[in-house]
Every structure is written in C-alpha cells, then in structure tokens.
Design a protein around this ligand. Structure first.
Ligand code: NA7
Length: 540
C-alpha cells in the first residue's frame, strides 16, 4: 500500500550546522517544518567524522552560531580549536536549548525528490518508505559528505579492519596493530598525527606530499575569553566583512614588496601563531595568485619540513613539489610523527598501489601486511552530495542531467533553474570561505527569500498547494557560473588538482565548485540581489 504523504511547508535535509539554523529560522517564521537526516542524531559532518584527531581548523570562538548572544557569551570552549566531540556537543546543546529535536527525524535518508508542477510541491521519498510533500525543499547536505572510496582493485577482499574516515565506527582499538593510512589531505594529516603514538606500526601511503602548518592549538585563558566576549559584535562584523572569514584581517601587502628578511619574519610569525589559513591569507596578499609569492611560502614551509624530519629519506618523500594552493592544512605535530620508529611512509609516485589483498596492500615493489586500513581519501565534494540522489525538477529533469554538460551550476550557490522552491545551503558555487559564517549567510538569505515569497503568494493548504514559486532564471544561473569561473581562473588553486575543482574523483569534470570572491563580496552581491527585489529569481 502506498503510504499517505505527510505535508510540511518546508522539508530540510540534513541536521548539521546549516540544517539546525535553517530549522530555527523557518519555525520562527511560523512555517511547519521537518528535518530529516540519515544519521541517528544531529551533527552532520561532526556526527560522521569521528576519526581520532578530527578537529575544526577555525578558531573556537567563531566556530559557532552568531545569533544567540547569550549562548555565545556563556558556552564553554576550553581550547583554541574544537575537537570533534566538542563540536558535536555544541550542536547537540543548541538543538536542546532551542527545543528543535521534536522537529527532526533521524535514520531517514532522502531517496528521491520530485517537483510536482501542478500543485507546486515537492514529493519526497525516504529510506523509511514514508512519503513527505513540502512546498520548499531545503538541502543542508554539507560540502563534504559523500565519501570518496578509492577505486583500488581488491579493496573488498581485505580481511582486516577497513574504515573510511567519513564513516568512522563508534569505537575502535589500534593498539599493537599494523595500520595503513591512504590519503594525506587535512583528514589524513589529522588522523595520522593522532594515532601514530597508539598503534603498533603506521604506514602512510602518500600520493601527493602536502604543505601543513601548525594549528597553534592550546588552552584558552580566562583573559582571552573575556577579551573575545567584550568584542563579539566587532568580531562578527570583521568576519562578515573579510574575504576568508577566519577572524583575521587578510594582508594587503604583496610578498615581493618587502625584503627577504621581512618576508621570512612574517612567515615565521604566522607559523608561530598557527593556522594554515592565517599562513596563506594573513601573511601576504598574493600567495594564492602570484607564482613568485607562492614559491616563497613553499620554500619557507619546506625549510620547516627539512628541519623537523630527521630521516633524510622520509623528509624527501614528504617534501611537497606543487604550488601551495590547495585547502591549507593545519596540524598538531604531523611531520614530527615521522621521527617515530613505528611510522613509515610509502611514496605512491615511486611505488603505486597495485591492489589490496586479503593481508594488506601490494605496491609495484612489494606486499605490505596490515591489520587495519584507514581510507582518508576524502569526499566527492559539493555536487556529489546532490547527484547521488534523484532530485528531479520540472519535466523530470534530474540535477545530475542538469549539470552533466557544463558541470554543477547554480545561482548564488543557492538555487538552480528548472528546480522551483529547491533551496540549497552551500550548494555548488557558494563562497569558498569559513563554513559557519557562510552557512549563516545562506540560511538568512534563504529564510528571508521564503518569507518574502510567502508574503506575496499565499497558498491553499490541504490537497492543492500552489503558492509561491521561487526559481532562479537560467540567465541568472549562467551569469553566476561565469562569474565563478572567471574568479577561479586567476587563482593558483585552479592549477592544483584537489577536491575544490573535483579533481580527486576519477571521471569527475574539472570545474569551478566555488565563488572565490570572498565573503564580504559575496554578501555585497546578495544584498544587491535583495535590494533589487530578488534579481535573478522569477516571480519576484
Ligand atoms: P582530500 O583533501 O580530498 O584528501 C584525500 C587524500 O586521499 C589525498 O591525499 C589524496 O591524494 C588521497 N587519495 C585519494 N584517492 C586516492 C587513491 N586512489 N590512492 C591514493 N591516494 C588517494 O580529503 P580530506 O578528507 O583530507 O579533506 C577534505 C576536506 O574535508 C578538507 O578540506 C576539510 O575541509 C574537511 P591526492 O592529493 O589526490 O594525490
């Protein structure tokens, strides 16, 4: 028997940072709202990524919501960076504090969504065999949730323990075990740094050596906390009016405009303060745009790697050769781990993996035996979260079809033409900036857009739900995609093969997945859209 659909004004998919705030905003607008999530509880990224060492690279004082002032001033953050359990506890706390859990349904995965143009509703099917209908479908899927499993022959034949960091088990024990880690992006660096001291033996299987900068973590003093509390309004104002939104002023000084001594002193200062984003954007203005400036940053970090690693062979393998232009990495003593006797590294450029066997990993040179293989191989980022489920707009067109030729396109990272009332929090071509303030920006824009649409187009509830149609025009979508493409072309990120352009997933089109203009500029453009009466959206 086909179950009777349950109708909501809005259905939100995802109970992470974005979905939680979206729920709060829409409930405050007196809409009926439901959140569904495949997980057993709230947290999104912080629910799934429970691997050892998982932590935020954004300082704790801005890795939170800005809109609950009382909570902002009182909720604890003992260290400069939140570890996964703390980030998860914070989100759980917000959900309890604002009594949001009754509106959430867990262990419920979105299977399909179809727009019904006659009634102007979305029809949703789920893993629980329920059918929901909703007027607005809001996706809060995160940027990085669809795991990227490497296509290595024999992976499934491995008889030991096999884990992807993005779906970590609730408990594990690695003591005395031989552990392989494939992947050394920000996740691999965090997990290796955390487990090296606890395992019998660890081998890093590394394809591309990376630049990593110390995070500068440590306990927060009472005076630091007091200083932050005294300045929160100004802090958020600065964050929203900066480029990367990490709580520091980006430099306006080109690297080559100062003497070599001054340059090194600035790099050293950033190194001592910690944080890869600070190192990349606070030191000089052109690290990500000028090859010459970038090379200077590379040389500085390479000198630190050489100083740290005692074994010259390990140091050689860990020495990066590309531009410093991927998502900047931060660590809590990554390179130091390679001075341990129980830690080795295999350079996959010299000896590629041939297959995974029952016992371990076979490279072109030899077979290595392991008890555990950890896949820190990342995610099919941004659009991968959307194309894995069948989301169909007008005439049954799926998002996958819509994006098949030109790559993922959107208007403002929020809306897609031909997909009315589908609103994405950090969809493709949203800003490449610190996540929490970006999510807030999107949630506020989307909820205001819905409030405006509701005011103009009252709907009939019950059997016929017509009401507002919020839909980006094709021209607006195309124009925004062009802007994102043009902006990324000037960046060295464009020349470095990473998930930011979809390069990490074999067969995925190399395309811009982000707006590289910074949060301040992004917010300015959103304001222009709103002030112009929601320019680029039909029926406004
Ligand atoms: P990343 O940054 O995409 O890193 C994945 C790593 O896995 C990277 O070192 C890859 O090497 C490596 N990889 C991927 N596939 C393979 C295969 N088939 N063989 C060997 N090595 C492979 O993912 P993370 O999870 O670290 O970080 C993603 C974001 O999540 C991060 O920016 C944070 O914001 C949170 P490659 O460099 O492609 O040669």
């Amino acid at each position: 028997m086909v179950p009777k659909p349950t109708h909501f004004d809005a259905l939100i998919v995802g109970a992470g940072f974005g979905g939680i705030y979206m729920l709060k905003r829409l409930l405050d607008q007196n809409l009926s709202v439901k959140v569904i999530d495949a997980a057993s509880s709230v947290g999104g990224t912080w629910y799934w990524n429970r691997y050892p060492g998982a932590m935020s690279d954004t300082e704790s004082y801005i890795y939170r919501y800005s809109w609950d002032k009382e909570d902002l001033l009182s909720y604890d953050w003992p260290e400069h960076y939140l570890k996964q359990p703390q980030a998860l506890a914070y989100l759980e706390h917000v959900v309890e504090r604002h009594n949001l859990r009754p509106h959430m349904q867990f262990e419920t995965e979105l299977i399909g969504a179809q727009y019904n143009s006659e009634r102007n509703i979305w029809e949703i099917t789920t893993s629980t065999n329920e059918i929901f209908t909703c007027h607005y479908l809001v996706t809060a899927l995160g940027l990085l949730s669809k795991q990227n499993w490497p296509n290595i022959p024999g992976l499934k034949s491995f008889k030991g323990e096999l884990y992807h960091t993005g779906a970590w088990p609730k408990s594990h024990s690695f003591s005395n075990k031989r552990v392989a880690v494939i992947g050394n992006g920000s996740t691999g660096v965090q997990v290796m740094t955390a487990i090296a001291k606890d395992v019998g033996h660890m081998t890093s299987f590394q394809r591309s050596p990376q630049y990593s900068v110390p995070s500068g973590d440590g306990p927060v003093s009472e005076s630091y906390r007091a200083q932050i509390n005294d300045n929160y309004d100004a802090i958020w104002d600065q964050v929203r009016n900066s480029a990367v939104a990490f709580g520091f002023e980006e430099s306006t000084v080109p690297a080559m405009s100062v003497s070599p001594e001054e340059r090194r002193a600035k790099f050293q200062e950033a190194w001592d303060k910690g944080n890869g984003f600070r190192f990349m954007f606070w030191t000089f203005s052109d690290i990500t745009t000028s090859e010459e400036a970038n090379r200077e940053a590379c040389e500085f970090i390479k000198s630190k790697i050489a100083e740290t690693i005692k074994d010259p062979e390990k140091a050689r393998k860990l020495m990066p050769t590309e531009f410093y232009a991927r998502r900047p990495l931060c660590d809590a003593g990554y390179y130091e781990q390679f001075n341990r006797e129980n830690v080795d590294i295999v350079d996959l450029r010299e000896e590629p993996i041939v297959e995974v066997t029952e016992k371990g990993i076979k490279t072109s040179e030899r077979e290595y035996e392991f008890d555990v293989i950890v896949l820190a191989t990342g995610f099919d980022a941004v659009d991968g979260n959307y194309t894995r489920v069948a989301i169909r707009g007008r005439d049954g067109e799926s998002l996958k079809d819509h994006w098949s030729e030109a790559g993922p396109e959107s208007y403002l990272g929020v809306a897609v033409s031909n997909f009315p009332n589908l609103l994405m929090i950090t969809g493709p071509n949203g800003p490449f900036t610190n996540i929490p303030p970006t999510l807030e920006t999107h949630v506020e824009f989307i909820s205001d857009l819905i409030a405006n649409a509701e005011k103009r187009n009252p709907k009939n509830d019950g059997q016929v739900v017509k009401g507002a149609v919020v839909e980006a025009t094709r021209d607006a979508e195309k124009g925004w995609t062009d802007v994102c493409n043009q902006m990324s072309e000037g960046s060295l990120f464009h020349k470095s093969p990473s998930w930011i352009f979809g390069a990490n997933v074999p067969g995925k089109k190399y395309s811009s997945l982000f707006f590289f203009g910074g949060l301040k500029e992004y917010r300015r453009r959103l304001k222009e859209v709103v002030d112009g009466g929601y320019v680029g959206f039909k029926s406004f």
